[in-house]
Design a protein around this ligand. Structure first.
Ligand SMILES: Cc1ncc(COP(=O)(O)O)c(C=O)c1O
Length: 404
């Protein structure tokens, strides 16, 4: 008999991440995976990163000690300088917090904002990992549909009003992935960005602008951040996971000092501080100019892979079976099936030796949605960065076989 643990109500309500469950199915040898949103390990800057190791001797007593919860000051300063241009103004130290991955930004934020039953507004579709974190805190969701230009911001006031009517409270947060969204690959149109900031601020609802992919643009022009057009109330978050390596677990958020302070207090109860060893190494890596050189390399590398996937899907998938828009950056193709649903296709695809992420994982379920849910069962998310070029074509061929 197992030990009679008395789990908390919130632990009892927790559901396993649907992605982790699916990934158990795709561990078979020979499987081509477009499923996880993983960077290509073949392009990790292992040599340059190792060259930074002597800093652990020079700064050893700092690196091996507990650090400030808000982050290692030289890295904070480096990020303040780097962020000044995209965020549109100088950034003060008290506006920054370094986190253990940007997943922790969502965790901190939901702990300081969400009481069970509170509502978070998300795009539909959105990042499943964000839904998981918010859900663990007892959040419900209201969704704003998206088109090829990201969140349909015009619909936001209606969604906010509806939340207020149905729950008696304002939603606590608007969560948006503005550049090369996970999963849709779409970017929020430049004209919609100030509008999002204005509507959010007029209603008194803060925004989390989650931007781990913004620097991975392969075509076209970047649009200004929502933060830069906002009048406060926008928390900007980004991460070294996609531009350097997820194993470093170093990310950052920039926002209102009062919010950052609360987040820091919640972080004190999670991990006291992000690994100082990792922060010292990442700061040294940036200080030596390696990050900018690496970004040039990965943009070219991933652009070639995005082109390969575009070509493979066009050539391999049966005419009229699916449609998609080629992304201008990021990690993902978001493919809409003409008929059937992506869960059934997933089973057939895994049998044929290729895996993707079924789109329904990227939408809150009906029972946790306030207002109208959006149905994502026709969509499949294909990650193009992890597979090798030959696998991209073969994976598309297997997908075509599963489509029948
Ligand atoms: C949109 C988005 N936000 C946040 C994360 C979490 O990234 P990390 O915790 O590695 O910084 C991911 C990871 O895939 C993501 O796609």
């Amino acid at each position: 008999m197992s030990f009679p643990y008395q789990f908390s109500a919130s632990a009892q309500a927790m559901r396993p991440s649907p992605i982790r469950e699916l990934f158990k199915l795709i561990q078979r040898p020979g499987m081509i995976s477009f499923a996880g949103g993983l960077p290509d390990p073949a392009i990790f800057p292992t040599r340059e990163f190792a060259q930074c190791a002597p800093v652990l001797g020079d700064k050893g007593t700092v690196a091996l000690q507990y650090g400030a919860t808000e982050g290692y000051a030289p890295l904070v300063d480096l990020l303040r300088e780097r962020m000044e241009k995209p965020l549109g103004r100088p950034i003060r130290p008290e506006e920054v917090i370094i986190s253990s991955g940007s997943q922790q930004v969502m965790d901190m934020l939901s702990r300081v904002l969400i009481d069970p039953g509170d509502v978070i507004i998300t795009e539909a579709p959105t990042y499943p990992g964000a839904l998981h974190t918010f859900r663990n805190q007892g959040a419900r969701f209201a969704v704003v549909p998206c088109d090829a230009s990201g969140m349909i911001v015009d619909k936001l006031p209606e969604v906010i009003d509806r939340c207020r009517k149905e729950t008696g409270k304002l939603p606590k947060l608007i969560y948006s992935i503005v550049n090369f969204s996970n999963p849709s690959g779409a970017c929020l149109a430049a004209a919609r960005r100030p509008l999002l900031a204005q509507i959010a601020s007029a209603h008194g609802v803060p925004v989390l602008e989650d931007d781990p992919y913004g620097e991975l643009r392969y075509h076209g022009e970047a649009a200004p951040t929502v933060f830069s057009s906002g009048s406060g109330g926008v928390l900007f978050a980004s991460s070294f996971s996609k531009i350097l390596a997820p194993g470093v677990r170093v990310a950052w958020a920039v926002g209102d000092p009062e919010l950052i302070r609360k987040m820091a207090i919640s972080k004190q109860g999670m991990d006291l501080c992000t690994s100082v060893v990792a922060q010292v190494l990442v700061a040294e890596y940036c200080r030596r100019g390696f990050l900018d050189a690496h970004l040039e390399r990965i943009r070219a590398h991933y652009k070639a892979k995005a082109d390969a996937m575009s070509e493979a899907l066009r050539r391999r998938l049966p005419e009229g079976a699916a449609q998609w828009a080629d992304p201008e950056g990021g990690f993902f193709f978001w493919v809409e099936l003409a008929k059937g649903n992506a869960r059934d296709l997933f089973q057939r695809a895994v049998d044929a030796g290729v895996a993707f992420l079924p789109g329904d994982t990227c939408y809150p379920s009906r029972d946790e949605t306030v207002g109208e849910p959006v149905d994502g069962s026709r969509f499949a998310r294909l990650c193009f960065t992890f597979a090798q070029p030959a696998e991209i074509d073969e994976g598309a061929r297997r997908l075509a076989e599963a489509l029948g």
